[in-house]
Design a protein around this ligand. Structure first.
Ligand code: IPE
Ligand code: IPE
Ligand code: MG
Length: 238
C-alpha cells in the first residue's frame, strides 16, 4: 500500500500568492440563530488570524475578498455593518504595523465613504515600508470592473492598439507589479469565482471546502497548502 508522506515545513512548496474568498459568514450565523452581523464579526476575526498566520509562515502575498461590486445588492443595514467592521479594523492597524504587514486595497474606491477612503490611504501609507506579508484587501472589487478600468486607462494613456500585450493589461490592473495568485481558496461549499481576480487567476490552483469562513483556522490553511504542494503544475507543457 502507498502512503503519501506528510511533508515537513521545510519541504513543502508554499504558494507565493494566496487569494481567499472569505465566504459563509451569513450561514455560520444562521446555524447559531445569530444575526448575520455576528457572522461578519466572526469572519473579521478569522481574517486577522489567517493574515497573521500567512505572515508567520512566510507567504509573500495574500489577497482577501472583503466586499464585491455585487455586494451592494444586500440590504443597506448589512452593507453598513460590513463598512463599520472595516472602519474598526482600519482604526486598529497598529498591531499589523508591528507585525511588518504591508496593507493595500484593491477595487474601486470612488463610491466609498470619505472617512473610509481616508483611513484606507492612511493604513497604506503607514505600512508602506513593511517588508513582510503583502496583504491586499479587495473592497468594492469586481474582476470585470477592474478590466473595464484598466482598458479605460490604457485608452486614456494613448497606447497604440498594436502595442497592447498581456503585460499591458496586467500592468493596468489594481494588482499591477504583483505576481498572479497561484492558489485560490474558497470555503463555504460554493464552487465559483464570483467575479474574483478573473484575469489574474488564469493559471491558479483552486481549493474548495465546506468549512464556513468564521470556522476556518490555520490548520485548514495548512491542509490546503499541503494539497497545493502535491499539485503538478504544467502550464500547458507536459
Ligand atoms: C461573506 O459571507 C462576506 C461577504 C460577502 C461580505 P456571506 O455574507 O456571503 O455569507 P453567506 O454566503 O451568506 O453564508
Ligand atoms: C463573494 O461572496 C464575495 C465576498 C466574499 C466578499 P458572495 O457571497 O458575495 O458570492 P456569491 O453571491 O455566493 O456568488
Ligand atoms: Mg456568500
Amino acid at each position: 500500500m502507498f502512503f503519501k508522506k506528510k511533508k515537513s515545513d521545510e519541504e513543502r512548496i508554499l504558494p507565493t500568492h494566496i487569494a481567499i474568498i472569505m465566504d459563509g459568514n451569513g450561514r455560520w450565523a444562521k446555524k447559531r440563530s445569530l444575526p448575520r452581523t455576528a457572522g461578519h464579526a466572526a469572519g473579521s476575526k478569522t481574517f486577522k488570524s489567517i493574515a497573521r498566520y500567512c505572515n508567520k509562515i512566510g507567504i509573500k502575498y495574500l489577497t482577501v475578498y472583503a466586499f464585491s461590486t455585487e455586494n451592494w445588492k444586500r440590504p443597506k443595514s448589512e452593507v453598513d455593518n460590513i463598512m463599520n467592521i472595516l472602519r474598526d479594523y482600519l482604526k486598529d492597524t497598529d498591531s499589523f504595523k508591528d507585525e511588518n504587514i504591508k496593507l493595500e486595497f484593491i477595487g474601486d474606491r470612488e463610491p466609498l465613504a470619505d472617512d473610509i477612503k481616508e483611513l484606507m490611504l492612511k493604513a497604506e501609507a503607514d505600512s508602506a515600508s513593511a517588508t513582510g506579508l503583502h496583504l491586499n484587501i479587495a473592497l468594492n472589487y469586481g474582476g470585470r470592473d477592474e478590466i473595464v478600468h484598466a482598458v479605460k486607462r490604457i485608452v486614456a494613456e494613448g497606447i497604440n492598439a498594436e502595442d497592447i500585450t498581456e503585460q499591458t493589461i496586467s500592468e493596468h490592473l489594481y494588482t499591477a507589479g504583483q505576481p498572479d495568485p497561484d492558489f485560490i481558496i474558497r470555503p463555504s461549499g460554493e464552487y465559483r469565482l464570483s467575479n474574483y481576480l478573473i484575469w489574474q487567476s488564469a493559471y491558479a490552483e483552486y481549493w474548495f471546502s465546506d468549512i464556513l469562513w468564521p470556522d476556518f483556522g490555520p490548520k485548514d490553511l495548512d491542509r490546503a497548502i499541503e494539497d497545493f504542494s502535491r499539485r503538478n503544475r504544467r502550464f500547458g507543457g507536459i
